[in-house]
Each structure stands twice: as C-alpha cells, then as structure tokens.
Design a binder for this molecule. Structure first.
Ligand code: GCU
Length: 413
C-alpha cells in the first residue's frame, strides 16, 4: 500500500493536467473550470482567481511579493527640465531580500503646467533611460546596452554620450506632457537581462533564486511586470503623481510585460499595448504568426518553463490571451497593431479584443464596439480599444495619438 502511494505521488504531474480544448473552441472566461457559468460579481471574483492561477502556473510563472525592504532614492530633481516645461526626477529603487540587493532607476518627467497631482504613463524602455531623450541630465545606464545596426553607440556593451536620445522617436515626450500626463520609464536590462545566456542571473532575479527551481518559475516577462509594480510602489509615494490614474504602456516584448502587469496589479488604471503580439494580445488559437514553439525556443526566458509543454498545441490551448484581458477587466485596455507586423497577427489581436467584450460587459462597461475588422488608421474603442495602422513593427506618432486620446477619455475626467 505504501509503495503504491509512493508510485502514485511520483507519477503525478507537477500541475493538474489542463484539458486540451477542441481546435476552434475558445475557452470562456465566464465559465468556471468545472463547467458552471459565472452568475454574479462574487462568482466573478472567484473565477478571476481561477484564471489568474491558470495564467500564472501555465504561462507567466510565479512572481514574488514585494521585497522585504525597499528604499526610494530620489537622486535628481530638476524643476527646469525641457526649458521649464517639466520637472525631471530620477529615482533609484533599492530592493533587499534575504541579504541580497538589487536596484533599477526610474526616469520621470512631470508637466509643470498641469494641475498636480497629474495622471501618469509608466513603461519599460528597450535601450536605456538616456535613449528616450537627448536631455543631458539623464543618467547613462550602467547596465548592458546592445549595439544595434541602427544605434551603434555603445562601446563594449556600455552606453556612451552618443547613445542619448537614440530612441526618442518612439517616446514623444512633448506630446505626452502637453496632454497633461507624466511619463515614467525604466530600462529592461536594469530589471532583468533579456539575453538568454544570462537569464535569471541578473537584476531582480538575483533576489529570488528559489523561484527558478520550479516549472512555474519567475519568468523574465513576469520580472519586468513585477518591476513595473515596484515603480508603482514609488509613484504612490510621489505627491506630484495621481497614483490612481496610472496607465501602463509597452511595446512588443515590453507590451507583453505591460499586459501582465495590468493583469496582476489592479493599481494600474489602464493598459496601453503596442504590438504585443504572441504572448501579449494575439490569440494563439488562430495559429497565425509567431507560435508557442518559437516563443519558447528563441526566447526561453520570457515565459515559465511550464508554457513550453504547450508547444505545437497553439490551437488546443485550454486558455488564450483573452484571459489576460479578463484579468485586466473592467479597466480600460488598448491593443495597437500594424499591418506589416504579421508576426504578431493583428487579426489575432482583434479577435482577443472581441473575445474579451463579454467579460467587460458583464462587469458593467461598454466593452469593445468592434465587430468587423476595421480599416487602417481607424481607432475603434469604448472600454477596450484597437487599431491597425500601415507600416511595420514600431511605435509611431499615430499610435501615441490614439493612446493619448484613450488615456484622456478614461483618466482625465
Ligand atoms: C521578436 C519576437 C516578438 C517580440 C519582438 C520584440 O520579434 O518574436 O514576440 O514581440 O521580438 O520584442 O521586438
């Protein structure tokens, strides 16, 4: 009897086996795992927990709580930044856990003209805080900077003066400030390395080594999302910012992180996702564009190890990305896509918006008004927003105009 029990235990999978869904049948966020329909707000709260558990264990991995100790060091305040238009602050977020330490910097621009406290947009950047503007007051990052063909400014992996403002085109600071929003940003490499050769061994991952030793490990997308929440911890202490009106923004892999941040942390009032694609807003079930096999082999650190069990099962997944939007509901979310970004399957992002409408309506909002795929450059929105624009994988002024309109509508009343 004892040995039979022993065999039972070691043969049991680490996670409950989730039933494969027949191809084409999208799992319903408003139906419990046991098949019962969600009928009340109280039931929705329970179902939301079930969805959170599914997405955590099966895809994004487990994130820690707040670190044992945190300290915010405001090491720079310039009330006259951008010729007096903004106040620039730079803050090091110091974290300690069981004697280990890690930190990353926040770069913040607050419009001087607007009435304080102001709403804000927070997002991770690809190339370093110094790359979003030519402002010479911005600290050059000490973290690794890759030398791309387009921006060959780093020397031996280190940022140089030539790296200032190399990414400013994607961060229209003036327009953001003119719309009355503060901008808060942080560099992905300071938070957690995006190089698979050093995955989980840098930044915030060094605080929680025990979270790697499991199938639902603390992934890199989850670490980026977690750091956005630590940024929010700081914003709650800053009297110039209205922490109840903070939108979380991201582009591409960093939009995958923004969506997960919105899903896991209800303090974010809104999510702005720019071409998040696979593992972001795109519906896997369609089987179009980047698939789970590519995600889990080319970028093995982005999602938890458990997710790789679904390679080649994109169309039978027991969940899909509308579950992430269901976790964000009823808070507003915008999915921006581009015609040339076929890898991220714009129609697949549209399908996710459509499939999320029911939860948003159940929670008393106007949901998503899109029924047919819109023409290019037409923003379709209520509580969920969507557009497709011409061009490729990028963040353009058109994208930002829609994000700012949407943010104005929901956060500036
Ligand atoms: C790759 C990857 C995408 C990702 C993109 C990016 O193209 O396949 O999933 O969104 O990189 O982050 O730029």
């Amino acid at each position: 009897m004892k040995s039979a029990l022993f065999f039972l235990i070691i043969l049991m999978p680490a996670f409950p086996a989730f039933a494969r869904q027949p191809a084409g049948k999208l799992p319903d966020p408003l139906v419990f795992n046991n098949g019962q329909k969600v009928k009340s707000d109280a039931e929705w709260n329970k179902r939301r927990q079930e969805i959170l558990e599914t997405m955590t264990t099966q895809m994004y991995g487990t994130s820690p709580e707040r670190p044992e100790k945190m300290q915010f060091e405001v090491f720079d305040t310039d009330k006259n930044a951008m010729n007096g238009k903004a106040t620039r602050k730079q803050v090091t977020v110091h974290m300690q856990e069981k004697g280990k330490e890690a930190s990353f910097d926040l770069l913040i621009y607050i419009p001087n003209k607007a009435e304080h406290p102001v709403p804000a947009i927070i997002g991770l950047n690809f190339l370093g805080n110094h790359a979003i503007s030519k402002d010479p007051g911005i600290k050059l990052t000490n973290a690794r900077v890759e030398n791309s063909k387009m921006f060959p400014c780093a020397v031996n992996g280190k940022a140089t003066e030539a790296c200032r403002g190399t990414n400013s085109r994607q961060w229209p600071l003036d327009s953001i400030l003119d719309s009355g929003f503060a901008l808060v940003t942080m560099y992905r490499e300071e938070v957690a390395s995006d190089r698979k050769e050093e995955m989980f061994r840098t930044g915030v991952h060094t605080l929680f080594p025990e979270l790697q030793n499991r199938e639902d490990n603390f992934s890199t997308v989850a670490a980026w999302a977690w750091a956005l929440s630590r940024g929010m911890d700081y914003l709650e202490t800053d009297k110039d910012i209205d922490a109840k009106k903070v939108a979380v923004f991201g582009f591409s892999r960093l939009a995958k992180a923004a969506l997960w941040a919105g899903a896991t942390d209800k303090r974010f009032a809104m999510v702005l996702s720019n071409e998040s694609g696979a593992g972001g807003g795109k519906q896997f079930r369609r089987g179009v564009g980047e698939n789970i096999r590519r995600l889990c082999t080319v970028f093995p650190h982005w999602f938890a190890r458990s997710f790789s069990r679904y390679m080649d099962q994109d169309q039978e997944l027991p969940f899909d990305q509308h579950f992430v939007l269901a976790l964000i509901a009823p808070r507003p979310v915008y999915l921006a896509t581009a015609q040339g970004d076929v890898n991220s399957d714009p129609e697949g992002e549209f399908e996710t918006a459509k499939a999320s409408d029911a939860v948003y309506k159940f929670l008393g909002t106007k949901g998503f008004p899109g029924t047919v795929f819109p023409a290019v450059n037409q923003s379709v929105y209520a509580q969920i927003g969507f557009h497709i624009r011409p061009g490729g994988h990028d963040v353009t002024n058109f994208d930002w105009i829609q994000f700012l309109n949407f943010s104005n509508l929901h956060l500036q009343q």
